[in-house]
Design a protein around this ligand. Structure first.
Ligand code: EPU
Length: 337
């Protein structure tokens, strides 16, 4: 295990923000991870996965542990179902591609989401009508304080919209090392209810889509709306879509009847933050190298040399304007350090 000092974190975050790690180590095995976690307590530990959901606003004065655990295996297989176990450091979309290639269904709607497998459960990633919780079976993790291995079942993770115990009560306490998914081998549960998918399939004359067709449709939609982090630094949706109570919703809806919304329950409504930010006038705006994407107002972008502090300043400006214009608080989805 090789511990480096003063390492640039620019290649390790999809925003492409310049920041540095006081100490840095990339771990390839569980034993190396345990060894790194057991380093003296005075040394703070900072766990780094795919770097696709973080905004670094300064240097990281800690031991940055880059979780680089690799491997995909079949844990259990029956006629209709398969359990695929995947190590935390695998790239999410590479896993999706592996599943599509082998005709394992369940992940296709989540094609092309940036980031790694190990960080996917933390915020219960989701897209186009499917969330990670729909295919999640269990995960293994190491407790940071003790370096002991533990397992979490689906119910123990307490998944919610862009949320899990790893973002609430267990925040910063565990490193996920492996995730097991329950996927279908036949009779796939094809999900086309999301309008954009249906439109994409219709325009390609596909009536009875395979999981590959769904994946291709999602990839085409994402590529048309969301910037590729390799070309333009970003972290996907910067904000979560706010969920408001019925009273707030009724006031909002009476004033802005044209605004889109989704009913979460009969007492809760979700309003697209992208719509709020666009109406607040920020879509496509640019302040130095920090900006709001021209096709999807939920995505903040780094045109090159923006600092994390500049992106954060823009985020706060947007949050404040949306609050004064609509009386609704939008909160970051991205973890800010
Ligand atoms: N909208 C606007 N202006 C915009 C963006 C969106 O008016 O600039 C409106 C759209 O017209 C539409 C509604 O907002 O009526 C929803 O837009 P979209 O379908 O693009 O989805 P979203 O709610 O903005 C969420 C996820 C995305 C995911 C898509 C598709 C969150 C925070 N974001 O975005 O996830 O890809 O749905 O399922 O829930 C991510 O988390 O990084 C991410 C990209």
């Amino acid at each position: 295990m090789h511990i480096q000092e003063h390492i640039s974190l620019k290649p390790y975050n999809t925003f492409g923000i310049e920041s540095s790690a006081r100490y840095f180590v990339s771990v390839n095995t569980i034993e190396e991870l345990q060894e790194a976690l057991a380093m003296p307590n005075y040394l703070k530990k900072f766990l780094l996965g795919g770097g696709s959901n973080i905004l670094l606003t300064g240097a990281i004065d800690a031991l940055v542990i880059h979780v680089n655990l690799k491997g995909i295996s079949i844990e259990h297989e029956r006629e209709h179902q398969i359990h695929i176990s995947c190590m935390a450091g695998e790239n999410w979309h590479e896993l999706v591609r592996y599943c599509i290639k082998n005709n394992y269904g369940g992940m296709e709607n989540m094609s092309l989401i940036p980031g790694n497998v190990g960080t996917a459960p933390i915020q219960n990633i989701g897209a186009y009508g499917v969330e990670l919780k729909d295919i999640f079976l269990k995960c293994s993790a190491i407790e940071i304080a003790t370096a002991k291995e533990v397992s979490f079942s689906h119910s123990e993770c307490d998944f919610g919209y862009r949320n899990s115990i790893f973002k609430s009560t267990h925040k910063g306490k565990y490193v996920i090392t492996r995730v097991t998914f329950r996927l279908t081998k036949v009779k796939h549960n094809i999900q086309t209810q999301y309008g954009a998918i249906q439109e994409q399939l219709t325009s390609n004359n596909i009536e009875d889509p395979t999981i590959k067709d769904i994946s291709d449709a999602v990839i085409a939609i994402r590529q048309s709306k969301l910037p590729d982090p390799k070309e333009l630094g970003n972290s996907g949706s910067f904000f979560k879509n706010p969920v408001v109570d019925i009273k707030t919703f009724n006031t909002f809806n009476a004033k802005f009847p044209e605004a889109p919304y989704y009913e979460v329950s009969d007492r809760e409504f979700k309003i697209p933050a992208g719509w709020l930010i666009e109406q607040a006038g920020f879509k496509g705006s640019r302040y130095g190298d920090a900006g709001v994407h021209k096709n999807q107002a939920l995505v903040l972008v780094n045109y090159g040399d923006a600092t994390g502090a500049q992106i954060w300043e823009l985020a706060l400006k947007i949050q404040e304007k949306v609050r004064t214009d609509f009386g609704i608080l939008i909160e970051p989805e991205v973890n800010v350090f």
